[in-house]
Design a protein around this ligand. Structure first.
Ligand SMILES: Cc1ncc(COP(=O)(O)O)c(C=O)c1O
Length: 440
């Protein structure tokens, strides 16, 4: 028998992957009351499975051609000049904040500098501020957008303030025109944690395209996924180079993986001179930052390349699902504070946040446990007030004004999913159960 060549074997494997995908699709069936209604999950078709397996068969493994393709496609989708892929949204935040502290940039932040942020946060939006020995200065959020209250930023600015770092909460765009005007007036860096807001727009522009850096998460629950993964975008070449170095062990060389031939893509690999190092010391082994290794695998990027094409469809579905749940809860507006988007905002919702009113006659726990008993997943709005979390009891920080709305989130806010995998029958099941809670 003739030995099959690589292409033939690969073709067969990929055909079987498609077959496997189709078999699994047939087996999917939603049984109300029995099947779990997830708040989020990966949504994909045979294209992602084929792309990942194809990349695995290449067995290149580490960041390579798919990483490059992903970065080009992602930055061009957003209209950003530079994109760096990472292994998570948390890593992306670490890279962005650390890059703004890098001695390689013109005006780096230094230990003891202050960063305005919110205590209603995902931990790893805040953590890089602490890890870089900067001082977080917490201000309150708005009650119904759950975003940083832009009207409270200026009161928190001192001569030590260097940056404003915040997330567009659950896909709801923060007030970017006001925030950027304040940042410009006071010469502050802005990092937009866009991990939950990919594809959301403010004033016609994508969230993440306003600040110095934007960060993204491609964990399975997010707007698009690589399983795990993340990205950092910036329009500044100086910041991009610092971020690349921080991601890649702190090295000075910014030639991309695979580009470095004998002379390096820059043709200068052995031509640099650094104080303390021999003349022409290999640039690949010169470290101008204290960095990390936060790279993903190339096969994660292969998945990402396919997912970008689905983003517009995902966002349409998210908006639709949000509207269905919003209209359901609108009937109970006397019981819940409903989420609000600003006039200029076009959210691609990550989820629908709801706050049980103080006088609702039931508690968040009552409502959430009712839904969970019905197999409908609920989630807390992350850390709530992170200053009340055990790990954060002793962090050095400042609070300006009160954190009334932040505290309200801990006590009374939760969210439900609106991800594209939420089918009409699942939505109907949720709304029926919500109505049942109130009819009993
Ligand atoms: C606002 C925000 N920032 C950062 C992250 C961290 O992303 P990852 O889980 O990819 O590390 C998350 C995670 O969900 C998030 O919601």
């Amino acid at each position: 028998m003739r030995m099959r060549n690589e292409n033939e074997i690969r073709e067969d494997i990929l055909k079987m992957v498609v077959e496997l995908y189709n078999v699994r699709e047939i087996e999917k069936k939603f049984i109300p009351g029995e099947s779990k209604v997830n708040y989020a999950g990966r949504v994909f078709d045979e294209k992602e499975m084929v792309a990942v397996v194809d990349s695995a068969l290449d067995f290149w493994l580490t960041l390579g051609k798919k990483g490059k393709e992903f970065c080009e496609k992602f930055s061009s989708y957003l209209g950003m000049k530079n994109c760096l892929v990472t292994n998570s949204g948390s890593s992306s935040n670490l890279v962005a904040v650390s890059a703004l502290c890098s001695p390689t940039i013109k005006n780096p932040m230094k230990p003891g500098d202050e960063v305005i942020t919110t205590a209603m946060t995902f931990p790893t939006t805040l953590n890089p501020i602490i890890q870089n020995r900067l001082i977080p200065v917490f201000i309150d959020i708005e009650e119904d957008t759950y975003n940083i209250d832009a009207a409270k930023i200026e009161a928190a600015i001192t001569d030590k303030t260097r940056a404003i770092i915040f997330a567009h909460t659950l896909g709801n765009p923060a007030e970017m025109d006001k925030i950027m005007a304040i940042a410009k007036k006071h010469n502050l860096y802005v990092i937009e944690d866009t991990c939950d807001a990919l594809d959301s727009k403010y004033d016609g522009e994508y969230c993440g395209t306003y600040g110095d850096f934007s960060t993204y998460s491609f964990y399975a629950a997010h707007h698009m996924t690589m399983g795990e993964g993340g990205a950092v975008c910036t329009n500044s070449m100086e910041l991009y180079k610092a971020a690349l170095s921080i991601r890649d062990w702190g090295r000075a060389c910014f030639c991309q993986t695979g580009e470095a031939d004998q002379a390096g893509a820059c043709k200068n690999r052995f031509n640099f001179k650094f104080e303390g190092l021999p003349d022409g010391y290999d640039h690949k082994y010169v470290y101008n930052n204290i960095g990390y290794n936060l790279k993903p695998l190339d096969l994660q990027c292969a998945m990402g390349v396919e997912q970008i094409d689905k983003l517009p469809m995902f966002s349409e579905k998210r908006k639709h699902n949000f509207d269905v749940l919003y209209n359901c809860f609108k009937k109970y507006e006397d019981k819940f504070i409903l989420p609000r988007a600003l006039l200029k905002a076009e959210p691609s919702w990550f989820a629908i946040p709801l706050t049980v009113r103080a006088n609702a006659g039931f508690t968040k726990k009552d409502f959430v446990t009712f839904l969970e008993d019905k197999k409908i997943e609920t989630r807390m709005l992350f850390a709530g007030n992170i200053l009340r979390q055990p790990g954060y009891k002793n962090i050095e920080h400042k609070v300006v004004g009160d954190l009334k709305n932040t505290d309200q989130v801990v006590e009374r806010t939760f969210f439900l999913g609106v991800y594209p995998g939420m089918t009409e029958e699942k939505l109907e099941y949720i709304t029926t159960q919500v109505d049942a809670f109130f009819s009993n």
